[in-house]
Design a protein around this ligand. Sequence first.
Ligand SMILES: Nc1ncnc2c1ncn2[C@@H]1O[C@H](COP(=O)(O)OP(=O)(O)OP(=O)(O)O)[C@@H](O)[C@H]1O
Ligand SMILES: O=C(O)c1ccc[n+]([C@@H]2O[C@H](COP(=O)([O-])O)[C@@H](O)[C@H]2O)c1
Length: 155
Amino acid sequence: MVSPQNPLKPASGMASLRERLAEARAVAAHPRIEVTAIETELHTRFTADTLAKLQRRFPKTRFVWLMGADNLRQIPRWKLWTRIFDSVAVAVFARPTYSLSALSGQAARRYTRRRVSVSGVKGLARRRRPAWAFLRNPLHPASATAIRLARASGS
Ligand SMILES: Nc1ncnc2c1ncn2[C@@H]1O[C@H](COP(=O)(O)OP(=O)(O)OP(=O)(O)O)[C@@H](O)[C@H]1O
Ligand SMILES: O=C(O)c1ccc[n+]([C@@H]2O[C@H](COP(=O)([O-])O)[C@@H](O)[C@H]2O)c1
């Protein structure tokens, strides 16, 4: 899901939605991934609103919210963030430098008893919410900020 505008990020320096969609499509070319900017159509910018509308539109679908470890740390600053955990399962991907602080942050602590072990991750979408998992995937160093800085400096 390519965000038209992250509510916590400045719009300046950001590539257009069209360019970001095209790049996401190039990177995520996989039959089980559909790259979308559905928030444009739903007229939402906050994740809690997007998920509420998606659940209304697809009442039989069990959604899982995927995000990197940086966002597990940051999520207490998002609009109605506990509603996100209450309404969908959440899977968090490890990310260089963020994992430790994410796992000791407010969200991880609040939902510590609702954390699903890696062995239970396959059934995550069917769990009673709140339910979340932390995936210790191979770490990838990419960062959008670093990409923007590299492009701005012409490298
Ligand atoms: N290297 C990475 N490893 C794991 N997850 C990542 C990584 N980079 C981005 N993500 C996750 O992918 C989603 C989209 O990230 P985004 O495109 O905003 O990149 P970013 O590097 O987090 O951005 P910025 O540098 O602007 O803060 C987020 O959920 C983020 O946590
Ligand atoms: O709902 C919020 O308050 C909120 C605040 C920050 C980020 N988000 C969403 O989190 C997702 C990941 O954001 P980003 O910029 O890290 O890719 C994206 O869908 C954003 O719209 C949502």
